[in-house]
Design a protein around this ligand. Sequence first.
Ligand SMILES: *Cc1c(COP(=O)(O)O)cnc(C)c1O
Length: 391
Amino acid sequence: MSATKIIHSIPSDPLTGAISVPVYQTSTFIQEAPGVNKGFDYARSNNPTRKVLEDVVAQLEGGHSAFAFATGLAAIDAVLKLLSAGDEIIAVDDIYGGAYRLFTHVYEKLGIKVHYVDTTDASNIANKISSNTKLVWIESPTNPTLKVSDIQTIAIIAKSVGALLVVDNTFASPIAQQPLKLGADIIIHSGTKYIGGHSDLVAGLVITKSELLSEKLKFIQNASGGILGPWDCFLTIRGIETLELRYKKQCENAFAVAAFLSNHEAVQEVHFPGLITHKNHDIAKRQQNGLFGGIVSFALKEDTQEAANQFVTSTSYFKLAESLGGVKSLLCHPAQMTHASIPRERRLRSGIKDSLIRLSCGIEHTEDLINDLNQAFAIGFKLKETSYAKE
Ligand SMILES: *Cc1c(COP(=O)(O)O)cnc(C)c1O
């Protein structure tokens, strides 16, 4: 969706003409007679500010409906409630740490079995899938090693047994990737990241392809109640107004950063779908609209936590923090931060080396970000600053 369409999909207030969406900070709505209302009765069930956000997000992803939740994990949780004991999930082995924790420590206990496979090769899913498989759960690109899976091919495999394909589209954002058009049934987003985009809220979104799934999700959203409050809905709508502008700049910055790191003598390997050396670069190019995202991760030649600690405490524009996708650049050390709850063996298997560092590029000037990384190497590794920064 173009910036023009996105901006103009956000309605002005029909009651007053206010150009921005009002925050309906209310718990209930007056009824003319029992059951006779203006489409709203209680704020868990619906709220006019949330309705605008949900309608805008449904359009953004080309879905039938969208549902806003308190966090990305609450959105994931709502989708899992479609399942019953005995059902099975096939999930990407590089899955978001919080989703892994939820699947393993909450849902496995309730009788849902999860098989983790390397989905970058779709045949691994075909080999594991059975009539018990009810969900195939992928992220593309993944966090933090930016692995890319072929959504279109995986959708065909999921359909062959009647399983739903869920895509966590947080990293690609609706600007780069539209999973429903590629055959997925459900999309989830951590709205905390690119969609909100300013590191000032936590939010989650579920987008459904069919009316039937919309009815089920609407029921779960109201029954479980993990909705997004009106103020955070307002902030998310405000974030969406600049989503395309921000995301494109973040992609541009990440591209330059990945090129810089690829040529750096202290760097062992760089993960970025835009590099031709990336395993599924061709798939990324095709399914991500030529946009490779704002995240880059890399491992140091000196592959230790100590070396990583030295680096992540030596930058000035890249702030050391969890999360990603905001206008301000961030960096983190997954092994000690976002992925600390995953056992080291599992981490190493999915490519999260001890020194792996994840960068979330913001919208600062490209040269400033490169210079920042360059000086961090110079401080930590007693290296001369490379010529790149001086050009
Ligand atoms: C952050 C994140 C989540 C969880 O979202 P929260 O808003 O933190 O609950 C899920 N998936 C991905 C890919 C994420 O980056």
